[in-house]
Design a protein around this ligand. Structure first.
Ligand SMILES: *Cc1c(COP(=O)(O)O)cnc(C)c1O
Length: 354
């Protein structure tokens, strides 16, 4: 039965494990792990940056980037729902002494340009110095439109602000754009990243590596990032064993993200059908949104406990939370979810008796 909780639950494939075992290793704190260096060079070239840094988590690459752009007392503009603001334990404030300036997210996940502009503080001793705009792509599975990203970048440049992308799922965004435009996924990823001074991306989400994130930026930015990583406790030694998994993922698990997206559409259609015609769930189960590899469904309060319990008892694992008075379930497709499992999950939904 499928584990839809997150794309972080994937197991390394046999080929990935073989690559990890075969990786030449050194001490990366001394800068001489060939597998880490190889991954960093490969990723920088792949995404059009001068340099890259391998770190344990996306929380850490985001924090390193924020600390690279903002000094103590500076301010970063973020979305209310951004991972950097909401889901990283307040790290930018706690560890970076950076003031977050959250902006309300629009229904499509974007931050309105006017809201960003209004949040930028004038140069006045009363105010923190606004230094940075952070975007997140994908966000809640949604892809930020490329023209929108370009507009935010233009606004940021015109006000001398830096731009950071939390691209934990950058390649999911790129895969969606590649499919929509009939283009190459790596070209789309490079195009998305081009608007930013720094980008962080996760190897441990849809790409299927067990551990690891990358931070991309200029040579100078990454040199400073290396010091911050050490300070935050992210300097790892024979990290090439992990970098090799990341390298394998970048080479072999990017194009297949389109399969996860196709599977999610199938799941969304089946759940939407249950929301229309199932004897108990009709009118009580709604597909709130389904994009790239993430799907949200909202359940009416009178069926929510029984239905979530039914799924759990049958081994269909999802995450659940409360949203606007309803129970919102999150379903994520990934490397370890098969078409067969999606069919089984939909069958399990069909058999729900209330
Ligand atoms: C997962 C995620 C991160 C980083 O998470 P880690 O678990 O620390 O690797 C950052 N941003 C977004 C949007 C994410 O989904």
């Amino acid at each position: 039965m499928p584990d839809f909780r997150s794309d972080t639950v994937t197991q390394p494939t046999p080929a990935m494990r073989a690559a990890m075992l075969a990786a030449p290793l050194g001490d990366d704190v001394f800068g001489d792990d060939p597998s880490v260096n190889g991954l960093q060079e490969h990723a920088a070239a792949l995404l059009g940056f001068e340099a890259a840094l391998f770190a344990p988590t996306g929380t850490q690459t985001n924090l390193i980037a924020l600390m690279g752009h903002c000094q103590r007392g500076d301010e970063a503009i973020v979305g209310q729902s951004w991972h950097t603001y909401r889901w990283e334990g307040g790290g930018m404030a706690v560890l970076g002494s950076i003031q977050p300036q959250p902006v309300e997210n629009q229904a499509d996940g974007t931050l309105a340009l006017a809201d960003i502009a209004a949040a930028i503080k004038p140069d006045d001793p009363h105010f923190a110095r606004t230094r940075l705009v952070v975007l997140e792509n994908t966000t809640g599975g949604r892809v930020l439109p490329t023209p929108y990203v370009a507009q935010v970048a233009e606004l940021a440049r015109s006000r001398q602000l830096a731009m950071h992308l939390d691209g934990a799922r950058l390649f999911n965004a790129a895969a969606a754009n590649a499919e929509a435009n009939g283009t190459d996924v790596y070209d789309e990823a490079r195009a998305l990243a081009a608007h930013f001074d720094s980008v962080s991306l996760c190897l441990s989400k849809g790409l299927g590596a067990p551990v690891g994130s990358l931070l991309l930026g200029s040579r100078d930015f990454i040199a400073r990032a290396r010091r911050t990583r050490k300070m935050l406790g992210g300097g790892m030694r024979q990290a090439g064993v992990l970098a090799a998994a990341g390298q394998h993922a970048l080479e072999h698990h990017v194009r297949r993200l389109a399969d996860d997206h196709a599977l999610l559409r199938q799941l969304a259609e089946g759940l939407a059908e249950a929301g229309r015609s199932h004897p108990v769930l009709a009118g009580r189960l709604g597909v709130a949104s389904a994009n790239t590899n993430i799907l949200f469904t909202d359940l009416h309060a009178d069926v929510a406990p029984a239905f979530t319990d039914w799924l759990a008892r049958h081994g269909v694992r999802v995450t659940s939370g409360l949203y606007a008075g309803q129970t919102r379930l999150r379903w994520v497709t990934h490397l370890d979810v098969t078409p067969q499992q999606v069919a089984e999950a939909l069958d399990c939904v069909q058999k729900f008796k209330g």
